[in-house]
Ligand binder design. Structure first.
Ligand code: BTN
Length: 254
């Protein structure tokens, strides 16, 4: 059920309108349903909990009360969708730092603190009436106790509540995050994407690490050393051959 609607005319695109729900199946799905009508770019769907939150690779995203679950609608160039999904990780890390969690970005866009995931992003491209849209969904473990997350997730996850003693209301976190996302999106519209990718490279803690990745059916082990202009993680194997990795299983080796 919708429990509120907030407008902020100071924002350029992202977060000018926020629709607040108590519970939905998935904010990404609600955002997609809203695309059936004529909605503005930057519209945000925010929910206090999700009954069927989704993660990448068809996984579930545990969405208990206390966490932050929000999706927003963008209309970028379709060819930029993947790279934009990477870039969106930067405002998430910035917001976490602002509230005291000094983590980084694991490729492609997981926000991690001490190797434990604290936020995830699910970007989905959809056509509606021949117009390409991207629904970007962000889940942040804000005011959640670790034991409210599934047992198998707990060893590799953390929450803002666990890492900082100060209470941060979701509304405050979302407000700051949307300001950062709005800035990023206007930079995306006004700057060459290569420049933004440079910033991303600087924040991606996977760069420089030894990794194991599944590329198709092949396992590639080597050093992650760059982000290509198409947004792929470039891995140099022990023979020096370069491989591009986008999606799938990526393990950072110790
Ligand atoms: C991941 O697997 O890391 C991505 C997780 C994305 C979760 C968010 S929560 C808000 C939005 N709605 C969803 O169903 N998923 C995304």
């Amino acid at each position: 059920m919708k429990i509120g609607e907030v407008r902020d005319a100071n924002r350029k695109i992202v977060g000018r309108t926020i629709l607040h729900f108590d519970a939905v199946e998935s904010t990404n799905e609600t955002a997609k349903e809203l695309l059936e009508s004529d909605v503005e770019e930057g519209l945000v769907v925010w929910a206090d909990r999700q009954a069927a939150g989704r993660g990448r690779h068809g996984r579930a995203w545990a969405s208990p009360l206390g966490g932050l679950y929000a999706s927003f609608i963008l209309r970028p160039k379709e060819t930029h969708a993947w790279v934009l999904g990477l870039l969106v990780g930067m405002p998430v890390v910035k917001a976490l730092r602002h509230f005291g969690v000094f983590g980084g970005l694991k490729y492609p866009n997981d926000a991690v603190y001490q190797n434990r995931k604290i936020a995830g992003i699910l970007s989905e491209g959809v056509y509606r009436n021949d117009v390409y849209h991207v629904v970007v969904g962000i889940g942040v473990n804000t005011n959640v106790d670790l034991d409210k997350l599934p047992a198998e997730v707990q060893p590799k996850a953390t929450t803002l509540k666990r890492e900082v003693s100060l209470f941060v209301a979701n509304e405050e976190f979302l407000d700051y995050l949307l300001n950062q996302l709005d800035d990023l999106y206007s930079r995306y519209r006004n700057t060459r994407i290569e420049f933004l990718l440079k910033d991303y490279r600087g924040q991606c803690t996977t760069i420089g690490k030894r990794v194991s990745a599944m590329i198709g059916k092949d396992r590639v082990i080597g050093k992650a050393y760059d982000i290509a202009t198409n947004g792929a993680l470039v891995i140099a194997d022990d023979q020096g051959a370069k491989h591009e990795f986008f999606e799938g299983t990526l393990e950072v080796l110790k």
